[in-house]
Design a protein around this ligand. Structure first.
Ligand code: GLC
Ligand code: MG
Length: 686
């Protein structure tokens, strides 16, 4: 052993070559030490060290030193203190990080789900795109046009029914809930479409029709022949072929909702066509069948359902007559939906339990990240807005993500700023707290808004839709300003139109206008489209409008893209600032964010100049980011004089440090309060 220590309390059981380890007192050179180590390699005698604190002052630690020596070093203050400081620092930082993470998670508002982030675009498949030239649109046609959704920045697509169907109500009469009608394609076409939609980041919402089936459905055939299992699948009541009907209930399409069936010798209930018998939801087997069908499509991967005609699902078992709106009207003249109060055929107790049950089924498929399954319900409750709001569920039990908000469909009744505000407010002031609004201005059942309000309002209506708080719904063609077609009696296809031409829904179902080619690019067969193409298709079409700066299509796309990019627009406060005969105006802002938007919409019949001087939160000068009247883009206006033409909408982006909502709580709504923290660029609940 080459190291010579006078004494020591530590034993070195084995020597190790160490250039940095030398005897301070003897002053031997490092080289000597190395040689000595080399020479003494076999020496295993121990060295005792008494006072390590003194002894080791000159000795450097070295790689491979024995544990005992290491311990001597490590207990010295110059090593121990920094080590302990580092240790406690690490502990403190870890705890701080955990606390910060928990705080951020607790304070973060949930991300918007896909059905909130994008408008829902409705495809009526008969009319969207015909890939095989039979005059009727189909699933392959939808597949061919997926780029259109991407172009518009639309992520959610609802496709009206494509189940196997005799097409008495164009697919709303389902013969087989698990099959695709050959007119629309095959199950493979559906699967290809769904896969490709998912590839492109698009979601597919299916129509689901629980209230009734087609009279050609297997269940109905078995039920009318009293098969023991299926006998009670529908609502059967004793009556005879020529005698009085079981009660005064009427179908939505007109006349009695009871039809005598020769095979069974009884009457069955149909709230729609006689070819659409109502299912009996008081039968547990029927309830189970419906749940199984929901599972079938969820398994296939569909992203949500639009629940059709839900208020009609249950009827009162006592079958009493419904009260007449006009009690003096002779009963034989009571033939339409409008003649009765539907106390016993709509919104019956138990309906919401059914829907909540379906919601729960859907939730079991919603658990994987990004696979949320969405549910929207269709119920026209007209003036009974409370009934509609019930479809949102309660804070304890969820139901629809939202019921369709059909109130804006009434906009054409009185185009004015005040009326627009009133309709918007009807929803905002009645919606349960924390729920998410939505806005519908058209669908396959209602005249196109561009026709009923007038084409001069199409753009301002799109601006309203895309700048309100909540999910916009766009019926195909609204993005290009499509209008109703005129239908002659001989052209009527819709069963409602066969009852009364003026009720026909054909005018709003004409082929989508893709280009100025033959049949507007819907298909390529001369004179073969299931409904006539609108004659305005040479200018009102996607292809032409894509190339026109400031077209309604370009504006739709701009507004939708902006809506998704701008926090104040998609999740900020919504505050009324002004409404009069012509103008409806509101602010979208978010606490903590300087950027805000003022929207000024002229729904009136005249041009107007609006004075916003009293709105102190607005800067004196306002720059127009987008006007529906393209030439006004970029104009700088004084806030005391903001001019709009009839049918013009202005989107103004401005910068302010003072938010409007804190001082005007009565004028403002928000679904989930979130604030923006610029320093660390996050949103948090506030
Ligand atoms: C819904 C549909 C409508 C259909 C009816 C019967 O209201 O939107 O088109 O005729 O249900 O299924
Ligand atoms: Mg076809």
């Amino acid at each position: 052993m080459s190291f010579r220590y006078r004494s020591g309390s530590v034993e070195l059981s084995e020597c190790t070559r160490n250039p940095g380890f030398r005897d301070a007192e003897d002053g031997e050179s490092e080289a000597d030490n190395i040689n000595a180590v080399a020479g003494d390699k076999q020496d295993s005698s121990a060295v005792k060290l008494d006072t390590p604190e003194e002894e080791y002052t000159q000795i450097k630690p070295y790689a491979g030193m024995p544990k005992e020596v290491l311990l001597l070093y490590s207990s010295r203050a110059r090593y121990r203190v920094p080590r302990e400081i580092l240790f406690w620092l690490t502990v403190a930082c870890t705890l701080a990080l955990v606390a910060l993470t928990i705080t951020v998670i607790a304070l973060s508002p949930g991300c918007l789900s896909w059905w909130q982030a994008s408008p829902v675009y409705q495809v009526y498949p008969r009319s969207f795109k015909d890939s095989d030239g039979d005059g009727v649109g189909d699933l392959k046609g939808v597949l061919q046009q997926l780029d259109h959704f991407q172009y518009l920045n639309i992520k959610s697509v609802w496709i009206s029914p494509f189940y196997r169907s005799p097409m008495k109500d164009f697919g709303y009469d389902v013969e087989d809930f698990r099959a695709i009608d050959p007119l629309f394609g095959t199950m493979k076409d559906f699967e290809d479409l769904l896969a490709e939609m998912h590839n492109k980041g698009l979601r597919l919402i299916m129509d689901f029709i629980p209230n009734h089936t087609s009279d050609r459905h297997r269940w109905f055939n078995l039920s009318r022949s009293r098969d023991p299992h299926y006998s009670d699948y529908y609502v059967w009541v004793d009556c005879n072929a020529t005698g009085p009907k079981p009660n005064n209930w009427v179908s939505i399409f007109g006349n009695s909702s009871w039809t005598y069936d020769e095979v069974r010798g009884q009457c069955y209930l149909h709230q729609f066509l006689k070819e659409q018998p109502d299912l009996n939801f008081r039968n547990p087997d029927v309830r189970k069948e419906i749940v199984d069908i929901i599972h079938f499509w969820l398994e296939k991967g569909v992203d949500g359902f639009r629940m059709d005609a839900v208020k009609h699902i249950l009827e009162a078992a006592h079958l009493r007559d419904e009260p007449q709106v006009d009690p003096n009207r002779p009963p034989e003249l009571v033939t339409t939906e409008w003649d009765l109060y539907h106390d016993y055929t709509t919104s019956q107790v138990g309906l919401h339990d059914l829907l909540r049950g379906w919601r729960a089924e859907m939730d079991t498929y919603s658990r994987e990240p990004g696979r949320y399954r969405f549910m929207v319900s269709e119920s026209y409750d007209y003036h009974e807005v409370d009934k509609t709001m019930m479809y949102y569920g309660t804070p304890q039990v969820r139901e629809s993500d939202f019921p369709f908000n059909f109130y804006l469909l009434d906009l054409p009744q009185n185009t004015s700023g005040l009326w627009a505000q009133q309709l918007v407010n009807l929803w905002m002031s009645n919606m349960p707290r924390g729920k998410w609004p939505n806005w519908v201005v058209g669908n396959h059942d209602r005249p196109r808004i561009a026709s009923s309000a007038g084409p001069q309002y199409s753009r301002v209506i799109n601006m309203l839709l895309l700048t309100l708080q909540g999910t916009p719904t766009t019926y195909y063609g609204e993005e290009i300003g499509m209008e109703n077609i005129n239908i002659t009696d001989s052209e009527v296809q819709d069963p409602a139109g066969k009852y009364n031409t003026s009720l026909s829904r054909d005018p709003q179902r004409s082929p989508m206008q893709w280009s100025d080619d033959l049949n507007a690019g819907f298909n390529t067969k001369a004179n073969l489209t299931w409904l006539p193409v609108h004659p305005d298709y040479r200018t009102v079409n996607v292809e032409v409008q894509k190339n026109v700066e400031g077209s309604i299509l370009a504006q739709y796309r701009f507004l939708n893209t902006l809506r998704q990019a701008e926090l104040p627009l998609h999740r900020g406060w919504f505050c009324y600032v002004h409404a009069d005969e012509n103008v409806f105006s509101y602010i979208r802002e978010l606490d903590g964010l300087d950027r805000a938007f003022l929207i000024v919409l002229n729904f009136g019949k005249e041009s107007a100049t609006t004075d916003f001087s009293s709105v102190h939160e607005l800067p004196d000068q306002l720059e127009v980011l987008l006007s529906t009247n393209h030439i006004n883009d970029g104009r700088v206006l004084q806030k005391s004089r903001v001019p709009t033409e009839a049918g013009e909408g202005l989107l103004i982006q401005y910068s302010t440090h003072t938010r409007f909502n804190p001082t005007h709580p009565e004028e403002c709504y928000i679904s989930e309060k979130a604030c923006y923290l610029k320093v660390i660029d996050i949103l948090y609940k506030c």
